[in-house]
Design a protein around this ligand. Structure first.
Ligand code: 5GP
Length: 202
């Protein structure tokens, strides 16, 4: 059977609500890959170039926008973030389910450009808990933490427009829900049509 193109899964949710930890667990499945975004934000302590992000200058980012190098891009709290088009297409062609960990403006751009994309929104139990997790992470100033909590409050109502909402209270439950979502998506006719076509052509 030919290599099946992987799913394209957008994972959004407030910064600090544990998306990164969820993705690290999901990658242990082996059939998923995460897209490494480009950003103009400075690396945080412990972040490595080309692993966590491709850290680039504003000039370089704007040059790549001009040459249509991003599948989507957006500004978030003063910095650019974007998904490199070529890397995503290559990983999907290899049969991997590609996860884009991106914010809402980018998610809706992806829905326009790639109608087969699945949009998943992850939520914290409460905004107070989100604030607590951001403090615990300790990588942002008080001012940036409050900006991120305010941004989360703006974004939460948009979760209704996503295909799935996953509560990230207990990490293992959230990862199990994500796995169940992938399984359900793989049972949909859009994903299975190719298999039926191949069966009939034998
Ligand atoms: P952080 O600075 O905390 O790493 O990311 C800030 C926000 O930008 C998060 O919500 C994250 O999901 C989002 N983000 C990361 N990469 C991209 C991207 O390539 N495109 C868009 N639109 N958002 C991104």
């Amino acid at each position: 059977m030919s290599e099946k193109k992987g799913l394209l899964i957008v994972l959004s949710g407030p910064s600090g609500c544990g998306k990164g930890t969820m993705v690290a667990e999901i990658l242990k499945r082996g059939d998923c890959a995460v897209s490494v975004s480009a950003t103009t934000r400075a690396p945080r302590e412990g972040e490595t170039d080309h692993v966590h992000y491709h850290f680039i200058s504003r000039e370089e980012f704007e040059r790549r926008i001009a040459e249509d190098g991003f599948l989507e891009h957006a500004q978030y709290v003063g910095n650019y973030y974007g998904t490199p088009r070529k890397e995503v297409e290559e990983m999907r062609a290899q049969g991997k389910h590609v996860i884009l960990e991106i914010e809402v403006q980018g998610a809706f751009q992806i829905r326009e450009k790639c109608p087969d994309a699945i949009l998943v929104f992850t939520i914290p139990p409460t905004l107070d808990e989100l604030r607590r997790r951001l403090h615990k992470r300790g990588t942002e100033t008080e001012e940036v933490i409050e900006q991120r909590v305010a941004r989360a409050a703006e974004e939460l109502p948009l979760a209704k427009q996503y295909d799935y909402i996953i509560l990230n209270d207990d990490l293992q439950d959230a990862v199990d829900d994500f796995g169940a979502m992938i399984r359900a998506e793989m049972l949909k006719p859009a994903y299975q049509t190719e298999r039926i076509g191949e069966m009939l052509s034998c």
